[in-house]
Design a protein around this ligand. Structure first.
Ligand code: GLN
Length: 485
């Protein structure tokens, strides 16, 4: 291959022009994974023979003239999506070696489009975390700096795209797990509206928040793949039944006369000055391109973190109750009776973070505390949602930081509360179910990438991707790569 980093759009053209075959492409990326994964630890399961089978099928479709524009493009999946041919573990001992009898809806749809699976990506256990330090299978390194976390929970996705081990990867975002790792590794990450991609076959963490999405180098690549990834699933009661959409339709539209809201009061405090300057540069560029910048206030979003951790832990405690050693998952080898079996299996299978969240969740749902915590959190969640809805009556999009600083060092946020507080800029959008994204907008003097967050009203992904494309046409931050790659 002539260069190291390729976009999905470039690979699609190369396949269409027969400059490369799907099998050659799969071999190229499998070779990179073989060479680099032992250091980065992005992949939990790689099965070259399965990848090559899919690539051969893609080449057949290309030869027959039945290929689509994604046929033959390699993709890697976060190990939260179940897959038939690769083990599905949610990065937990609880599901070590688990083989699913079916593919997650998102995986099945991308497979049907002809995309070729490279393997399964490491993440925080059950997607709980912000640094990928909570995986039962070891931490993932950030290719920009081996001391820096790659972000979490989708750290395998962010690191693998940033290191060129896949041109695009799936990820999931419950409270920031696409946007934060994307920003920590200099890639583009999109979380669509809750309910737009199906959750069928996504190992559940917090069901009212979990949303599938993508990470890639450009917003154009994500717009291409998103269209094939979303769609109604009758077996998923939270899946939205909407007509198919072309998410690329606004990519060339520009931002002239658009109104972009900036909630400065919310995010000014505690923001790293270089991150703040990079975000101001994005705002200035949109103004230069003809957008109207509007100062907005979102006072309720400040309650996002406590509300999120009550709701998410409550739902997690309920979702993780299915891992009882009876139906599936880890079962202790020795036990006295069924109670003892369940206790030992859960104790051995879950790591510290899921256990902590099960305890918090069980507490806030218990008799006497339910009204004080869970119900109260649900009410504030509604207020946050309404606050965003009101804001979107006046603006097309909101700009805000993804995090207060760049990727931090491993171990820097080892106490859970400081890790939870780091989610302050990402959880409010999740509580409101909004489409949002992170895109690269700078590199800090510490050598680590900076991202900026865009948010739009529910189901306005196409508009959001168009606004992002206007930035990526004017700048090349998204095309910067780690040193030596
Ligand atoms: N960091 C948040 C948490 O730990 C978000 C995780 C996610 O989005 N999956 O819950």
């Amino acid at each position: 291959m002539e260069k190291y980093f390729y976009t999905v759009a470039e690979l699609s053209r190369a396949l269409a022009e027969k400059k490369v075959s799907a099998v050659e492409l799969a071999r190229e990326y499998l070779g990179r994974i073989e060479a680099k994964n032992s250091a980065l630890n992005c992949f939990l399961d790689v099965r070259p023979e399965e990848t090559l089978k899919q690539a051969e099928l893609a080449d057949k479709r290309i030869a027959e003239g039945t290929a689509g524009r994604l046929t033959g493009i390699p993709i890697a999946h976060k190990d939260i999506f179940v897959t038939r041919e690769w083990a599905s573990t949610a990065a937990s001992r609880m599901l070590e070696g688990y083989m699913s009898p079916f593919d997650a809806a998102v995986v099945a749809k991308l497979k049907a489009a002809g995309m070729v699976t490279l393997g399964k990506l490491n993440c925080d256990e059950f997607a709980m975390g912000s640094a990928n330090e909570n995986s039962a299978y070891g931490k993932v390194l950030n290719p920009w700096d081996a001391n820096a976390v790659p972000g979490g929970s989708s750290g395998g996705s962010s690191s693998c795209v940033a290191a060129g081990l896949a041109p695009i990867a799936t990820a999931t975002d419950t409270g920031g797990s696409i946007r934060e790792p994307a920003s920590f590794t200099g890639v583009t990450g999109v979380k669509p509206t809750y309910g737009r991609p199906s959750r069928l076959g996504m190992i559940a963490f917090a069901s009212s928040l979990d949303t599938a999405g993508l990470m890639a180098h450009t917003v154009e690549d994500i717009a291409w793949v998103l269209g094939d990834m979303v769609g109604f699933e009758p077996w998923d009661s939270t899946s939205e039944n909407l007509p198919a959409e072309d998410f690329t339709r606004d990519l060339d539209k520009g931002v002239k006369d658009m109104k972009i809201g900036v909630p400065r009061k919310w995010f000014q405090q505690g923001l790293d000055p270089e991150v703040a300057a990079s975000i101001e540069a994005v705002i200035d560029e949109y103004r230069r391109q003809g957008a109207q910048i509007v100062e907005i206030e979102l006072p309720t979003v400040e309650l996002g973190v406590p509300v999120y951790y009550v709701v998410a832990c409550a739902e997690a405690s309920s979702n993780l109750s299915r891992f009882d050693g009876v139906r599936y998952g880890h079962r202790a080898a020795e036990y006295d009776d069924i109670q003892d079996m369940i206790k030992k299996s859960r104790n051995e299978g879950f790591g510290a973070e899921p256990k902590r969240r099960i305890l918090i969740g069980t507490y806030v749902l218990s008799h006497g505390y339910y009204d004080a915590y869970y119900l109260k959190a649900q009410k504030v969640r509604r207020l946050i949602t309404e606050e965003f809805d009101r804001a979107f009556q006046n603006v097309d999009a909101i700009i805000s930081p993804v995090t207060a600083g760049t990727a931090y060092d491993f171990g820097a946020k080892s106490d859970p509360v400081s890790a939870y507080l780091g989610d302050l800029y990402t959880v409010p959008m999740s509580l409101a179910g909004l489409p949002c994204m992170s895109m690269p907008c700078g590199v800090h003097s510490n050598g680590r990438p900076i991202g900026v967050q865009l948010t739009c009203a529910r189901f306005e992904e196409a508009k959001m991707l168009g606004i992002a494309a206007a930035w990526q046409r004017a700048t090349d931050w998204h095309l910067r790569h780690p040193n030596g790659l």
